[in-house]
Design a protein around this ligand. Structure first.
Ligand SMILES: C[S@@+](CC[C@H](N)C(=O)[O-])C[C@H]1O[C@@H](n2cnc3c(N)ncnc32)[C@H](O)[C@@H]1O
Length: 322
């Protein structure tokens, strides 16, 4: 038995989530193990960073393009805050601003959100699942749209720790980030199910979409976002795609929508197709690794360094029949 947040002044308490979704009570021990040094060698450093966040009174919160938390802060607190947040590098999703510290993340996630929102059933009062939620950025935007509850699931622990850092100030019990893979989540029903940027990493992408279907309540909406190729044939990278070693398939639109229809969704529509630019995904002081620019061909930027078509992303929506 592991103790949740054993080394921490600020513990994450999933008890109130389990009250809302009792089917998940069995996850308590798994989550506790994930939030421990036994699951990641960097855990203690990340938890220490969360513990080091200074006590600051929150005066206002804006769940807008830049998720913003405001309040009066001393110069000394600003340095401590920036240092602690920096320990949680890399910040891939955002932007955020905490008490004047601007987290310029690798992705302008607000741009993706702007492409998605016009096609959503209104989120007000809905229960939402966000598979591969990263640090929970989109969850805050879903709360802006008055979702009743957002549960994100993501196995990458540092992103879950980023969520804890943000939520250390927001103390919110409606936007959760659970540190496990989707495949380990016990079944529960949601009004809207998002899977953005995940399906092309899966060895069995059709099974991923079938699983999304089983988490969608009858009449509920699916939002599936993926890399695609503008071709009738899907691309199966022999090695890397845009320098990523974990892309199993870049589907054609036909394949992507085929998985969605095949799972049982109806009213399936491709609502957006956008090429990813080096303005939307780039290295910043908060994500110092290489980014899209380094993954594109130096003289032919419509190709990747591997000579494959440069990243294009599509958003597909569908509905589970009533
Ligand atoms: C490309 S990012 C997309 C993040 C965000 N959804 C977005 O659209 O910007 C993929 C995310 O999926 C997460 N992920 C990978 N495998 C997963 C799994 N089996 N279940 C849930 N999330 C997973 C990764 O940790 C990562 O945060």
């Amino acid at each position: 038995m592991f103790e949740l947040g054993f080394f921490s002044r600020y513990t994450v308490n999933f008890a109130s989530l389990f009250e809302v979704i009792p089917e998940w009570r069995t996850l308590g021990d798994t989550i506790a193990v994930r939030f421990s040094r036994d699951s990641h060698g960097e855990y203690d450093r990340w938890q220490a960073a969360v513990d080091d966040l200074p006590e600051i009174t929150v005066d206002s919160v804006g769940l807008t393009d830049t998720v913003t938390i405001a309040g009066a802060i001393t110069n000394e607190q600003a340095v401590t805050l920036e240092t602690a947040l920096g320990e949680l590098h890399p910040w891939r999703k955002g932007p955020f601003e905490l008490f004047g510290v601007k987290i310029d993340s690798e992705w302008r996630s607000d741009w993706k959100w702007r492409r998605v929102t016009p096609h959503l059933d209104p989120l007000a009062d809905r229960r939402v699942l966000d598979v591969g939620c990263g640090n929970g950025y989109f969850g805050w935007r879903m709360l802006e749209a008055n979702a009743a509850l957002v549960v994100g699931v993501d196995p990458t622990l540092v992103f879950c720790m980023q969520h804890q850092a943000i939520n250390r100030y927001l103390e919110n019990e409606r936007n959760w980030v659970i540190p496990i893979p989707f495949e380990q989540l016990p079944m529960a029903g949601f009004d809207t199910v998002f899977s953005m940027g995940v399906v092309y990493h899966r060895r069995e992408p059709d099974k991923h979409v079938q699983r999304l279907f089983s988490f969608t309540r009858p009449g509920g909406q699916l939002v599936l976002e993926s890399l695609i190729v503008e071709n009738t044939e899907s691309l199966i990278p022999v090695d890397r795609y845009a320098r990523m070693g974990n892309v199993r398939i870049v589907p054609s639109i036909q394949a992507l929508t085929g998985w969605v229809r095949g799972a049982g969704y109806v009213d399936v529509e491709v609502v957006d197709m956008t090429s990813t630019t080096v303005d939307e995904q780039r290295s910043t002081p908060w994500m110092r690794f290489d980014s899209l620019r380094e993954a594109l061909h130096p003289v032919d930027p419509v190709r990747t360094t591997e000579g494959l078509p440069a990243p294009v992303r599509a958003i597909v929506v569908g509905r589970k029949p009533k």
